[in-house]
Ligand binder design. Structure first.
Ligand code: GDP
Length: 294
């Protein structure tokens, strides 16, 4: 299965919702108010957010006196999802932090990224910096084994900053090219969590210049706009470089990608469309919009 067909399959539920209300809009030269209202409701149901939903309806309304409604919708949607910035150069080791709340898909994403990096021929070190979740570490170990990445795990309850420090030392000594750090998603309080994350960022930067070179924030697409509010907290703790939108395959609210740049300040870098190793795709805004409208 190609990446595009995986994406199309993942967006299936959202596309169904949209298709039902877009059909009359695309088919009708005379758009009545009820049709446009229905369109707006569908856009909101697919979690495009009120601002973009209103923009799309306005764009469609402008085509009522002659114009291509389909092109107007596509253009309005495309303008709302800029691509994430991909770092132009890679450092050695290239250090990537994966952050986000528990259950969102951090560990799975680290596993999938490890496999991608290995497939690109790179030496990969995976770091389990969430030292309290034994299950997450075991899960990470299986991913690492499968892809041929090395895993650094610490004793339960070890200081995550010390674990990251040691791991980066080891990465340099062993000539690792990519270091993937799976961070904690939950501590006693939110401010503890954010303080710890900020500390990990500082420690990494002291050990490897410029590290972390990427900080990927995992956002679970099924949590909708509420998930975005939680995700926003992370912007205060670490310099985010992109969002990984997971579980796009499990939601009818696949329009969530549109709100991300505005809320989080960075674009979507990857999307997760399943639990298998191949189910992490580079985010392609054009393909995403087509996947919603196709
Ligand atoms: P963490 O707590 O953030 O590390 O989350 P996990 O990586 O343990 O993932 C939580 C659950 O979500 C697991 O059952 C994963 O298999 C599942 N998961 C992660 N990413 C995706 C995805 O893109 N699609 C689907 N359907 N499930 C996913």
């Amino acid at each position: 299965m190609t990446a595009l067909s995986r994406l199309l399959r993942g967006l299936g539920r959202t596309r169904e919702i949209l298709a039902n209300s877009l059909r009359p809009v695309f088919g009708s030269p005379a758009l009545d108010a009820a049709t446009l209202e229905e369109l707006e409701a569908a856009l909101l149901a697919a979690d495009l957010g009120p601002t973009l939903a209103a923009e799309v309806v306005a764009a469609v309304r402008r085509t009522a006196r002659g114009g291509d409604a389909r092109a107007a919708v596509r253009e309005a949607l495309r303008a709302a999802v800029p691509a994430a910035v991909v770092p132009a150069a890679r450092a050695t080791p290239h250090v990537v932090f994966v952050v986000g709340v528990n259950g969102g898909g951090k560990t799975t994403t680290v596993g999938k990224l490890a496999a991608r990096e290995r497939a690109a021929g790179r030496k990969v070190l995976v770091v389990a910096a969430d030292t309290f979740r034994a299950a997450a570490v075991d899960q990470l170990e299986r991913w690492a084994e499968r892809s041929g990445a090395e895993l650094i795990r610490a004793q339960r309850g070890a200081d995550p900053a010390a674990v990251v420090f040691d791991a980066l030392r080891a990465a340099r000594a062993r000539g690792a090219e990519t270091v993937l750090v799976d961070t904690a998603g939950r501590l006693h309080t939110k401010s503890d969590l954010m303080a710890e994350l900020a500390k990990l960022v500082r420690v990494a930067g002291r050990e490897v210049p410029g590290a972390p070179h990427e900080v990927l924030l995992v956002v679970d697409a099924t949590t909708g706009q509420n998930g975005l509010a939680q995700a926003e907290e992370f912007t205060r703790a670490a310099p985010l470089s992109g969002v990984v939108l997971t579980k796009l395959d499990g939601t009818a609210k696949g329009g969530i990608a549109f709100g991300i740049q505005r809320r989080i300040g960075v674009g979507v870098r990857y999307v997760g469309v399943g639990e298998a190793v191949e189910d992490l795709l580079d985010f392609d805004p054009d393909a995403y919009v087509e996947g919603l409208l196709a």
